[in-house]
Structure formats: structure tokens, C-alpha cells
Design a binder for this molecule. Structure first.
Ligand code: ADP
Ligand code: MG
Length: 202
């Protein structure tokens, strides 16, 4: 089972991973955006990690709701409200259970991803974070390793796509040939689930 500790670990592992990969995320965003995706998420996830340490929310849903709120208030770019909505909606769907299983997490994340679609109006294939998140949620029933592999494959598969949403869409054809920064950071977020779980998969 996955408890509040697991969800706090997920967020702190994600924060460390974003810290490590911020340069790469910003480089990807410099090719088809405005070169701020790494620094945006770094600022946001550092704030998440700091708040979780201070407030220590005690249910999975509360951990994600607080984390999403922090992302919305600290990240300036499009990705802040989108990731914030993902985590808040997922947290809301988890309710106030003290522990959840992988199936419940998959179901809740599905609700979170639907929130991202409703907010941003994008669908899979538009070269956004959804191209990593949707396959990851679909694969989560087979475990965290499967979700991670699906997210990474989804992020890589954005390279030949033409962006239809977000800043990269202004480039039209010129967005082709570059991996989407948000799909890349989504793959990091999903990979952090596996790392947070260690070998004892919930
Ligand atoms: P900004 O584009 O405002 O500079 P970021 O650089 O932080 O924000 O984030 C860009 C990423 O946000 C993109 O790579 C894409 O994955 C994601 N994104 C942008 N618009 C949307 C949308 N409408 N729906 C889903 N994801 C989006
Ligand atoms: Mg940007």
C-alpha cells in the first residue's frame, strides 16, 4: 500500500530529479519555446519539497493537493497550472484515505490527466506533456516500471510531432524534430514514482 510517506517521497524524488535535469529541460525548451521549462519546474518543485517538509500533510491526497497548490503559485509558465492541476485533481480523487493501492493511484492519476486536458485543451499527439502522461497512466496497472517505460517512450515519440498546443505551436512545422520539454519532465515525474517505491512496489 502507498501511504503519505510514499507520496512525500515521490515529490522529493521528483524535485531532486528536476534539479538534476533542469539544464536539459531548459535546453529542450530553448529549441521550441522560451528556454524556461527547467528553471520553472526547479523553482516549483523546490517550493513543493520545502512546503512538504514544513507542513507534513498526513494523507496521500493532502500531499498531492498541497504540492499542486505550490506549483500553481510558484511556476510562472504554462506548465505550472497544468502540473498543479494534475496533482490537485489526482489528490482530490484519492480523497482522505490513509493508504491507497496502485490501482487507486492509476484511477486518480487518470482524473488528474483529464483535468490537464480540460484546462489546456490538448490531446495526445499534440506534442505536450500528455504524450508522456496518458501512456504512463494506461501502463500503471502493470506497475511503476511499466509506467516509467511508457512515459519515456511517449516523450521520445514527441520528436517527430508538430506542436498543436502551447508556445511551441507558434513554430508550426519548425517544432518538428525536437523532443517536447513538458513530455520530458512528465517522464521524470513518472520515473520518480518507481524510485520512490524502491523495490517494494505498492
Ligand atoms: P511556457 O510554455 O509558458 O514557457 P513551460 O516552458 O514551463 O511554459 O512549459 C512548456 C510545456 O508545457 C510544453 O513543453 C508542453 O509540454 C506543456 N504545455 C504547454 N501548453 C500545454 C497544453 N495546452 N496542454 C498540455 N501541456 C501543455
Ligand atoms: Mg517555456
Amino acid at each position: 500500500m502507498l501511504d503519505a510517506d510514499f507520496f512525500r517521497r515521490w515529490m522529493t524524488v521528483a524535485a531532486a530529479s528536476v534539479d538534476r535535469e533542469a539544464g536539459r529541460l531548459t535546453a529542450l525548451d530553448s529549441a521550441i519555446g522560451d528556454a524556461d521549462h527547467g528553471s520553472n519546474l526547479q523553482r516549483g518543485f523546490r517550493a513543493v519539497a520545502a512546503t512538504l517538509e514544513q507542513e507534513a500533510p498526513d494523507t496521500p491526497g493532502a500531499v498531492l493537493a498541497l504540492s499542486g497548490k505550490q506549483l500553481i503559485s510558484t511556476v510562472g509558465g504554462a506548465s505550472g497550472p497544468l502540473y498543479g492541476t494534475l496533482l490537485r485533481r489526482t489528490g482530490k480523487a484519492l480523497g482522505d484515505a490513509a493508504e491507497v493501492d496502485t490501482g487507486q493511484l492509476a484511477e486518480a492519476l487518470r482524473a488528474g490527466v483529464e483535468g490537464v486536458m480540460a484546462l489546456g485543451g490538448a490531446a495526445p499527439g499534440d506534442k505536450t506533456m500528455l504524450d508522456a502522461l496518458v501512456p504512463a497512466v494506461d501502463a500503471l496497472g502493470d506497475g511503476f516500471a511499466a509506467a516509467r517505460a511508457a512515459a519515456e517512450a511517449g516523450a521520445e515519440a514527441t520528436t517527430p510531432l508538430r506542436a498543436r498546443k502551447g508556445r511551441a505551436s507558434y513554430l508550426g512545422e519548425r517544432s518538428i524534430g525536437h523532443q517536447d520539454p513538458g513530455a520530458t519532465s512528465s517522464a521524470l515525474l513518472i520515473a520518480a514514482l518507481e524510485e520512490a517505491a524502491g523495490t517494494a512496489e505498492g
